[in-house]
Design a protein around this ligand. Sequence first.
Ligand SMILES: *[C@@H]1O[C@H](CO)[C@@H](O)[C@H](O)[C@H]1NC(C)=O
Ligand SMILES: *[C@@H]1O[C@H](CO)[C@@H](O)[C@H](O)[C@H]1NC(C)=O
Ligand SMILES: *[C@@H]1O[C@H](CO)[C@@H](O)[C@H](O)[C@H]1NC(C)=O
Length: 184
Amino acid sequence: MKMASSAPSSSLLLLLLLLIVLLAAAATASSPNRNGYVHLRFYNHERILGSGPNATVVYSVHRTSSSSVSGFGNVYVYDNLLRAGVETDSPIIGRNQGMGVGSSMAENSGLTNFQLVFTAGEYNGSSLALQGLFPVAPLGTLFERAITGGTGKFRLARGYLLTSEVHATNTTLTGQLDAYISFR
Ligand SMILES: *[C@@H]1O[C@H](CO)[C@@H](O)[C@H](O)[C@H]1NC(C)=O
Ligand SMILES: *[C@@H]1O[C@H](CO)[C@@H](O)[C@H](O)[C@H]1NC(C)=O
Ligand SMILES: *[C@@H]1O[C@H](CO)[C@@H](O)[C@H](O)[C@H]1NC(C)=O
């Protein structure tokens, strides 16, 4: 009797252990995690508006002279580098090309519409389409924008992008980008 009742519980324990090991393995894998999302991390390297001839962000409409990039009615265009790391010499993996609009009368946020175009690695030639608000907020503030589609290996992609600016100088701004992509 004792043997019969303890056998199922020890095999249950073994099954649980196996499940934990499998879940741990799934969590560290780079392609689809257990929620069905592919997680990619990279860094946006921007030379800020007004930082001189090599700025990667420029005004296309400068309606208000507000010093904020979210000046109401302003429109700007950017072409930033995507690198694998925060370091300015880490490998280039693509470009972040798009536009921003000062869409908030309070000038505390802007609307961005952009494309992440990959030029190296597993996703070379593919791109993600995104849109969403960015807040005017202190360095390190986490904000979210929507992944609305993609091309190449990202066809029919949906998901979300988490961004936080992690490093700033008087001419540069570097953001950590975490993309969570689903194909369901
Ligand atoms: C702009 O880029 C060019 C070419 O890389 C470089 O020679 C020049 O020093 C840069 N200028 C500034 C102000 O960073
Ligand atoms: C990316 O793809 C293009 C076009 O196929 C190719 O010319 C280029 O060498 C690739 N770049 C890298 C870094 O693999
Ligand atoms: C930016 O910072 C550098 C030192 O890191 C300094 O030499 C330069 O004058 C600063 N430029 C402006 C416009 O403040």
